[in-house]
Design a protein around this ligand. Structure first.
Ligand SMILES: C[S@@+](CC[C@H](N)C(=O)[O-])C[C@H]1O[C@@H](n2cnc3c(N)ncnc32)[C@H](O)[C@@H]1O
Length: 584
C-alpha cells in the first residue's frame, strides 16, 4: 500500500513525486556496496579495524548479510519505490521505522508530544536484490518537510549517521552469546537499538553497534544485528551498555551536551527577549543588519546570537535566506502572542536563573537557594523590589492553561468566584469571559492589588470584581464566594501553611461551596514523564518550604482542613484541577 507522506502539521503534502539526485546517488552507493562485497568484507568493514579475530569470526559465522541502509529525504514514497524498481530491485511494502524515529528524535531534540502527535514519520522501504530475496538495501525515508529542521537535514546528509550494514543472526537462540562477544573489549560500542513490531513477521529486535572511524565508503562504521522476534532481556542488556558513562557513541554525548548547555539556551532566549528581537521579527524576517539597525547593537555579535537561536537545541529562529524568521516557538515570545511567555523567559533567565545556581546547596542542607542569593524569601523580596515583583506577577499571568480552566470545570449556577492569591487577575478574567453573569473576587498581597486592578480594568471586568488586599491564612481577609480558586498557591508552601490556607478558606466558605485546587500533581510512578518533578526542584530553589505533591498528599492536606476531593480534571502541561467540597 502506498503511503503518502505528511508534514509535521499533519497536512498531506501535495507535490510531484520527487526524489532528488543526491538521494538517488545515496541509493546507488549502498546498492553498489551490497553487490560488490562479500558478507565477510562488509562485516569487517564496519567492525573496528583492530577488532580481535575471534570477534570477527563470531559475527561472520553466525550472521548473514541482510541489507545495507541509508537515509534519504524524499517527498513521495512512490518515487522511491519507482526508483528501486528502475535499479532492478524489488521494493517491499514500506513499514514504520520506530527505532530510527526515536533515534532521530533524540539526536535533534524532537519533543515527545510532537512524536505522540505523529510527527517525524520514518518509513522504511526494503529493496530486495533480484535473484536473492535474502539480501537487499534499506532506504529510511523522512519527509523533507517533517519535524527535522534544515540544519538537522544538512547534518544527516553530511554525516550519513544512518548508513549501516545489517546482518541477520541465522540462529536466534545465539543472540545473547553474540551480543556478549561483541560487547567485549576491542569490539564495537553498543549504540542503541529496539524492537520493531512492523519489521517482518513477528517483528524484529535490532542491536546497533558503532565503531570509531569510517568504512571504505567514508560512512561511519555502524553495524546492526537483526534477530527475528522480540528479545527483551537481550535488548535491555544491550541498551544498558549504551547508557551514558560508557564511551558508547556520539548520540549520548550530544544528548548530554544538550543538557549541559541548556543554560546557554535559556540565556540566548532571554537575550532575544531583552533585545526585543521577537517583536522586531513579528511582521517579517529581517537580516542581521536590519535587526542591528533596529536594536542599535553590533551586527556581527548579533549575528552570532541569531545563528545560535536557529540551532535545533533552541529553535526560536529559522534561517530565511539572508534573513532570520521567528519559528512557532519564537513567536510565543512576542508581546502580542496569545499565551506569550515573554516575561517567563525573563524570569527563568533572570532571578530564578541565579538562584538555580545554588541548587546543590539546597539539596545538601536547608540552604534555601532564593534566600541565600537574594537575602529574603521571595514574596518579601518582591514586595521590596517592585520592578521584580511586577515581572514575577506578569510571568505568572502567562499561564498557558488559564483558558482551559473554564472549559474543564462547569461553573454554571455559581454567582461569585474568588481567586485566592490570584496575582494580576488573569485567570479570573478568563473565568469572567466564559461566564458573563459571574461576579469575581480576588485576594492577594497589598502590593499586588494595583496590578490586578489595572489588568481586570484592561479586560473590562473590573466592575464585576472586588479586590481584597490581605493574607490568605487569615479567614477575615477572605471574601464570601460560591467557588474558591487556589491556583499554584499550595506548592509554594510547607504542609502546615497549606493547611492554614485551606482552613481559612473553609472558615469563610459555606457548606455547599466548591474549592478548585490547580496544581501539577507529582506522579506516584517514578517513570511517569510529568514535568512536575522539575517544578518540584523549582519550588525547592525558589520558595521556602514549597514543594510539588502527589494527589494523595493533596487529598490528605484537604481532608485535614475539612475538604473532600470529589473529582480531578486534567489541563495542559501536566496541570490538573482538583475539585473539592467541604466535608459534611
Ligand atoms: C505562584 S503565584 C500564583 C498566582 C496565580 N494564582 C497563578 O496561578 O498564576 C502566588 C501568588 O500568591 C500570592 N501570595 C503570596 N503570599 C500571599 C499571602 N500571604 N496572601 C495572599 N496572597 C499571597 C503572591 O503575591 C502571588 O500572586
Amino acid at each position: 500500500m502506498e503511503k503518502r507522506m505528511e508534514n509535521s502539521s499533519g497536512r498531506a503534502v501535495t507535490r510531484e513525486p520527487c526524489i532528488i539526485g543526491d538521494d538517488k546517488r545515496r541509493i546507488q552507493l549502498v546498492h553498489d556496496y551490497l553487490v560488490s562485497r562479500s558478507d565477510v568484507d562488509a562485516i569487517s568493514d564496519v567492525l573496528p579495524g583492530d577488532a580481535p579475530r575471534e570477534l570477527v569470526e563470531a559475527v561472520t559465522a553466525n550472521c548473514a548479510l541482510d541489507h545495507v541502509g541509508c537515509l534519504i529525504f524524499p517527498s513521495e514514497l512512490n518515487a522511491v519505490r519507482a526508483y528501486l524498481q528502475e535499479q532492478g530491485l524489488r521494493p517491499r511494502k514500506p513499514f514504520t521505522g520506530s527505532v530510527v524515529r526515536d533515534r532521530l528524535a533524540a539526536r535533534y531534540g524532537v519533543q515527545d508530544e510532537r512524536l505522540k502527535a505523529g510527527c517525524l514519520d520514518v518509513q522504511i522501504i526494503h529493496g530486495e536484490l533480484s535473484g536473492d530475496s535474502s539480501r537487499g538495501i534499506e532506504v529510511l525515508c523522512v519527509d523533507p518537510d517533517d519535524e527535522l529542521t534544515a540544519s538537522a537535514l544538512r547534518n544527516e546528509r553530511i554525516g550519513q549517521h544512518e548508513n549501516h550494514v545489517a546482518v541477520r543472526i541465522t540462529d536466534p537462540g545465539r543472540v545473547e552469546e553474540l551480543r556478549s562477544i561483541l560487547a567485549r573489549p576491542g569490539g564495537p560500542h553498543p549504540d542503541g537499538g529496539g524492537y520493531n513490531p512492523a519489521q517482518g513477521e513477528g517483528g524484529a529486535t535490532v542491536l546497533r553497534f558503532r565503531a570509531a572511524g569510517f568504512t571504505a565508503m567514508g560512512w561511519p562504521r555502524r553495524l546492526e544485528i537483526i534477530v527475528s522476534g522480540r528479545h527483551t532481556e537481550v535488548l535491555l542488556r544491550h541498551l544498558g551498555q549504551t547508557a551514558p558513562g560508557g564511551d558508547s557513541g556520539e548520540e549520548t554525548d550530544r544528548r548530554l551536551l544538550r543538557r549541559l548547555t541548556g543554560a546557554w539556551g535559556t540565556q540566548a532566549i532571554r537575550a532575544m527577549v531583552d533585545l526585543d528581537l521577537p517583536d522586531h521579527l513579528a511582521e517579517r524576517p529581517l537580516t542581521p543588519k536590519e535587526l542591528a539597525d533596529r536594536t542599535g547593537v553590533d551586527a556581527d555579535r548579533l549575528n552570532r546570537l541569531l545563528r545560535a537561536l536557529c540551532h535545533p537545541w533552541i529553535g526560536a529562529l529559522a534561517p530565511a535566506g539572508e534573513a532570520f524568521a521567528l519559528t512557532a516557538l519564537g513567536r510565543r515570545l512576542t508581546r502580542t502572542a496569545p499565551n506569550s511567555m515573554r516575561h517567563l523567559a525573563q524570569m527563568y533567565g533572570g532571578l530564578f536563573y541565579e538562584s538555580f545556581g545554588k541548587l546543590a546547596d539546597g539539596i545538601r542542607d536547608d540552604a534555601q537557594p532564593f534566600v541565600a542569593v537574594f537575602g529574603q524569601p521571595p514574596f518579601e523580596y518582591f514586595r521590596d523590589h517592585p520592578q521584580q515583583g511586577r515581572l514575577f506577577t506578569r510571568a505568572m499571568a502567562e499561564g498557558a492553561f488559564f483558558p482551559d480552566v473554564a472549559a474543564a470545570v462547569d461553573l454554571t449556577g455559581a454567582r461569585t468566584v474568588a481567586d485566592i492569591g490570584g496575582g494580576n487577575g488573569e485567570l479570573l478574567a478568563h473565568l469572567c469571559d466564559a461566564y458573563p453573569d459571574l461576579k469575581g473576587a480576588l485576594l492577594d498581597r497589598p502590593e499586588v492589588i494595583g496590578t490586578a486592578r489595572d489588568n481586570l480594568q484592561a479586560h473590562g471586568h473590573l466592575n464585576r470584581c472586588t479586590l481584597h488586599a490581605g493574607s490568605f491564612t487569615d479567614s477575615r481577609d477572605l471574601p464570601a464566594a460560591d467557588v474558591y480558586v487556589v491556583s499554584r498557591i499550595l506548592h509554594d508552601w510547607d504542609d502546615q501553611t497549606c493547611v492554614s490556607i485551606l482552613r481559612a478558606i473553609r472558615d469563610a466558605a459555606s457548606g455547599d461551596s466548591t474549592l478548585l485546587i490547580i496544581e501539577r500533581p507529582l506522579s506516584d510512578d517514578p517513570e511517569d514523564a510529568s514535568v512536575s518533578s522539575l517544578w518540584d526542584l523549582n519550588m525547592l530553589v525558589n520558595n521556602v518550604g514549597g514543594r510539588e505533591r502527589t494527589r494523595e498528599q493533596y487529598r490528605r492536606l484537604l481532608e485535614e482542613a475539612g475538604f473532600l476531593v470529589v473529582a480531578e480534571r486534567p489541563l495542559r502541561l501536566d496541570i490538573s484541577v482538583i475539585i473539592a467540597r467541604p466535608a459534611a
